[in-house]
Design a protein. Structure first.
Length: 368
């Protein structure tokens, strides 16, 4: 349980007219934000961003202060009421030195990629102190295989979701060719989905049917429907074990090439890639168990060792805002529209993976 803290009003916020403008001072956290503070669901967003040039902390710190002070949640504590256990937002002073961490590193160290992965993993094993707003930026001036420097963001999920954070960074970015202009993103093509072509009435029935099926499967899962016991499924308490984060850089143009060829979305392609990777990994593991050699099977990977009807599912989160185009959210945030409100506007579904060995790799996407 969190201890009740002394709250200090931030003078800078009063001068800028920022304190209380969103009406959250003294207000309880939303149910979703409260959920992200539960002991078993203490969730942080950890993201890394590569840069083509070395980072200069003295220049970046004022910029970061300007970016985050625009959103009051970055200058608020989550204070617990001892009597009710309810968490509420209260403004506080922001000491940037406690939020921007610049470790002293060898810029040309060997194994920089491994170092960044280890650094990311270490952040997933610790919690931030509750006496400061729950966000940090780590500036790593090390040369990796795809960047001259890396910035790592660690932000408690109760502050905001991914759409809010990406929009916040996008709104404060500028074009290299025109430093006074904000970056632009390609407009989404107005394609009609297959079910929309059937007409408005049938599309409504389609959505209602899928919603009923999703709710039914969720209830069954809560009651008794469990995933198949596979080498991927850990024992109870596995969620408390140390995590390992592995980074991979892929070419977005390759993803778009497949997307355009199959007339689908980037998410469809990435889901297919995930299904292919999980299928091949499980096939190799089952092959090792059947051969009982203890040796990783690199050859003959096309032989199918997988049991039939493997049930393997994952929770997929999605945006609930009426505005789904990320380039429109920063403008809405600036104008104070509800579509651009900061925070957590997300839902989730339990999505099954199709586990199996396919002769055509594109079948993993078609089955998604």
């Amino acid at each position: 349980m969190r201890a009740l803290k002394h709250v200090q009003t931030r003078p800078e916020a009063q001068k800028l007219g920022l304190q209380g403008r969103d009406g959250e001072d003294g207000q309880p956290l939303s149910p979703m934000a409260q959920f992200f503070n539960e002991p078993g669901s203490n969730v942080y967003i950890v993201a890394s961003m590569g840069f083509r040039t070395k980072l200069q902390p003295d220049i970046l710190k004022p910029v970061l202060m300007h970016i985050f002070v625009k959103q009051p949640r970055f200058s608020r504590l989550q204070v617990e009421n001892k009597e009710t256990g309810e968490l509420k937002w209260f403004p506080t002073d922001v000491d940037l030195e406690k939020h921007v961490i610049v470790p002293d590193l060898d810029p040309n160290m060997d194994g920089a990629d491994q170092f960044v992965e280890d650094y990311l993993s270490s952040l997933s094993k610790t919690n931030m102190v509750n006496s400061k707003p729950q966000w940090e930026v780590h500036l790593l001036n090390v040369k990796t295989s795809d960047a001259e420097a890396v910035a790592i963001y660690r932000i408690h999920h109760s502050i905001a979701d991914g759409m809010s954070l990406v929009s916040l960074i996008l709104a404060h970015s500028r074009q290299v060719s025109n430093p006074s202009a904000s970056p632009t993103l390609p407009a989404a093509m107005n394609k009609k989905s297959s079910y929309r072509k059937l007409g408005g009435f049938l599309s409504v029935l389609y959505v209602l049917w899928n919603t009923l099926v999703a709710v039914f499967m969720f209830v069954l899962t809560a009651l008794f429907l469990k995933d198949t016991q596979t080498p991927l499924k850990g024992p109870p308490g596995v969620e408390l074990r140390p995590r390992r984060i592995v980074r991979r850089t892929i070419n977005l143009q390759d993803i778009k090439l497949v997307k355009n060829a199959l007339d689908c979305t980037i998410n469809d392609v990435m889901l297919g890639v995930t299904q292919a990777g999980l299928s091949r990994y499980l096939n190799r593991r089952y092959g090792e168990l059947q051969n009982n050699t203890g040796v990783t099977l690199e050859q003959n990977t096309k032989k199918n060792y997988l049991p039939k009807n493997i049930r393997l599912r994952a929770a997929f989160f999605f945006n609930l805002r009426s505005c789904t185009e990320i380039n429109a959210v920063p403008d809405a945030m600036k104008e104070g529209k509800k579509t651009g409100r900061f925070g957590n506007k997300i839902g989730y579904v339990i999505l099954p993976f199709n586990i199996g060995i396919q002769d055509d790799p594109l079948d993993y996407i078609r089955q998604g």
